[in-house]
Structures are given as C-alpha cells and as structure tokens.
Design a protein around this ligand. Structure first.
Ligand SMILES: Cc1cc2nc3c(=O)[nH]c(=O)nc-3n(C[C@H](O)[C@H](O)[C@H](O)COP(=O)(O)O)c2cc1C
Length: 351
C-alpha cells in the first residue's frame, strides 16, 4: 500500500469527520475526541460558515465556532465566492488557529444555490478555481475543497477537468463526496468514479460518502482508491469509528476514558457504547452551550440522524423526542444502558 500523500501536509492519521450543519459543533467533536486515543489526531470539520455573515460576527459569540480547549486539528468550512468576504472571514478565523480551511463546493441547499455558492460552483470551473486562488491568497494554513463528484450525471471527464483546475489554482487537497448533486444525501456513493482520480492528481484525494464502518474506511484506503477517508453521518452513530480504525491499523493505545480497553466490535457492544456516547453528548451540550431550547434542538437533530443504525433505535428516538430537558434526556438514556439490549446494525441504506 502506497503511503498517503496527506503525510506531506503533516497529517499522519488520514481518517476524518465531515462538516455537517447542526451536527459537527464542538459538543459532537468533544464526543469524537472522547472515543479517540489521545495520540491519534484526526481532522474534524466545523459546520459550514457563511462568508457573508462571518465578517460581522463576534467570533467568541458564534456557536458554530466554539472549540475545545487546546483544539488544533479542526477545519472551519467556509461557504462563499467573493474575495472581500472571504478575506475578512479568514481574518476572523485565524485567531482560533485552525489546522486548515475548507471551501464548500457541495452544498445543494436552495438558499445557497441562488448566490452561486456550494455545489453551484461545480457549474463554473474557472470561477471555482478563482475561489480557490482567493482563499489561498489570504490563508496562511492549508486550503482544501469539499465537492461533489458531479451535477446530474457521472462524468469522469468532468471530474478530471474540474479537479485539475482546482489543483492548478493551489488547492492543497480535495475531498470528493462520491454522490451527484441530484442525489443530495441519498442513494449509493460511486467510490469507483473517485478511485480513478487519485492516479490523475498529484494532490491528495479524500473519499467521502456512504462510508459507514471501520471496514468500509479501511478497504477503500487500503485498496489505494483514496489518500484519506472522510466519514459523515455514520460518525454520529459510531463516534468511536476512528478508534476502531486506529486499532485495526495496529494502534494499541486506548482513549483516556477507556483505559486498557479495545474498541467495541459486536452489535451489542456498539449499542451500549452509543448510549454511553449519548450521555457524553448531553453533558457536552450542557458544557459548551447556554441556550436550553437550542440544546434540545441539537439533541433531537442528532438523534434523528443517529438512531437509524439501531435495531430498537425508534424507541430511543421517541423517548428523546418526548424529553423536555437535557436532564430528562440523560435520565432516559442512562436507564436504557443497563436495562435494554440495543444492538447496532453495521450498515444502513440512505433512502
Ligand atoms: C445534516 C447534514 C449536514 C451537512 N452539512 C454539510 C456542510 O455543512 N458542509 C458540507 O460540505 N457538507 C455537509 N453535509 C454533507 C456531509 O459532509 C457528507 O458529504 C455527506 O453526508 C456524505 O457523507 P456520509 O454518506 O458519510 O454521510 C451535510 C450532511 C448532512 C446529513
């Protein structure tokens, strides 16, 4: 197996967690860190941040930009296409000392399409390259792009041309969500379409989309289809996935909270870990954010996404939807840990 080209950028663990609005705030990143060995340093992305808003915000008051004490391996993801706003957003972000910056070229939300942000940039290769140039010009840290593999049809030539333009514009690496714009977040990802790209580009290519288990991540990585792997929704259900990957690669350190233990493997072990992760998540929400209503919304949105991997997930989902406070949600979660068999399925279909 060839060494990952991400090494050259100083990334020694090429498995990372995707940016997800409403999910990848600091409370979730704290859960991922809780279940990851201390010396393993995965890159964790923030939720996307509008460059039209950032310049006017007080950075210490932006919930999406709260970070853990000493957090260094995080990447703010920016959304935008105008140099002035990009420059001023970067100036705002730099005091947080992020590891890098990422440009969103994959978001299909209608309100962003009308501004030619997000996935719309796939329709204008030259302008997309300009956005990379402007970001590089003002950034002192590595700049990556997260993009989809196409708009309506899978076209290897389009992907080749588009990524070549971003590479020439100075992108340090590219993450490809192997679904088309028209698929939104549903259906299968086309890993083969992206796999061919790695031979054509000299910058690292990170694969994203439908990677749900440590085995999925390792088989793509070890087959040489990508220099790195980015996990999205499955990391909400399996926030210990990076520990499982590290363990499978021979790393024997355990996370500080689980001394001497191996990562969960069986459906029952994973189910129990999920409930423990939920307790940690609830405590993290309480630790990092003040607003109780927003915290309940964050909790519910998290459970909406994560419960699908569990055979009895719906009963837990109903309990969380009924809980009115974090304390109540914590109590129902703790009650389940010791009384309920809550097995996890390894993969689900994204309909
Ligand atoms: C709720 C939600 C929010 C998302 N927000 C973002 C985002 O802010 N920026 C981005 O580039 N992608 C975003 N995505 C896409 C994910 O980063 C990822 O590309 C997608 O979920 C595919 O990976 P997965 O199949 O492993 O989940 C979001 C996806 C979901 C489900």
């Amino acid at each position: 197996m060839e060494a990952s080209r991400l090494n050259r950028l100083g990334i020694d663990f090429p498995f990372m967690v995707a940016p997800m609005v409403g999910l990848t705030h600091v409370a979730f990143r704290a859960v991922v860190r809780h279940f990851t060995p201390k010396s393993v340093n995965p890159l964790l992305f923030t939720e996307m941040l509008s460059t039209r808003r950032l310049p006017f915000e007080r950075i210490d008051r932006v919930d999406e930009l709260k970070i853990m004490a000493g957090e260094r391996y995080f990447i703010p993801q920016i959304l935008g296409n105008e140099e002035t706003f990009i420059q001023r957003s970067i100036q705002k972000l730099m005091p947080l000392e992020p590891w890098g910056l990422d440009i969103n070229m994959g978001c299909p939300a209608r309100q962003h399409l009308q501004h030619n942000w997000g996935v719309r940039l796939l329709g204008d290769r030259d302008y997309a390259a300009r956005v990379v140039e402007m970001t590089k010009k003002h950034s002192t840290v590595p700049v990556s792009v997260k993009m989809r593999c196409g708009q309506d049809v899978a076209d290897p030539q389009f992907l080749d041309d588009f990524t070549a333009a971003l590479e020439s514009a100075g992108a340090d690496w590219l993450t490809i969500h192997a679904r088309l714009q028209s698929q939104k977040h549903k259906g299968d990802a086309d890993w083969n379409l992206v796999g061919d790209l790695r031979q054509k580009r000299s910058i690292p290519i990170v694969m994203n989309g439908d990677i749900q288990t440590a085995q999925d991540a390792l088989s793509i990585y070890q087959s040489g289809q990508a220099d790195g792997i980015m996990i999205g929704r499955a990391a909400t259900a399996r926030p210990w996935i990076l520990w499982q990957i590290a363990h499978a690669l021979g790393h024997r350190e355990s996370p500080e909270a689980f001394p001497g233990m191996s990562p969960p493997q069986t459906p029952e072990e994973e189910g129990r870990f999920f409930l423990m992760a939920m307790v940690k998540f609830i405590d993290s929400l309480d630790q990092y954010f003040d607003n109780d209503d927003k915290n309940m919304r964050r909790l519910r949105f998290y459970v909406i996404n994560a419960h699908k991997w569990f055979l009895f997930g719906h009963s837990y989902y109903s309990k969380c939807m009924k809980a009115r406070t974090l304390t109540e949600a914590r109590r129902v979660t703790e009650e389940m840990i010791d009384t309920v068999n809550f097995p996890m399925t390894s993969r689900i279909n994204f309909f």
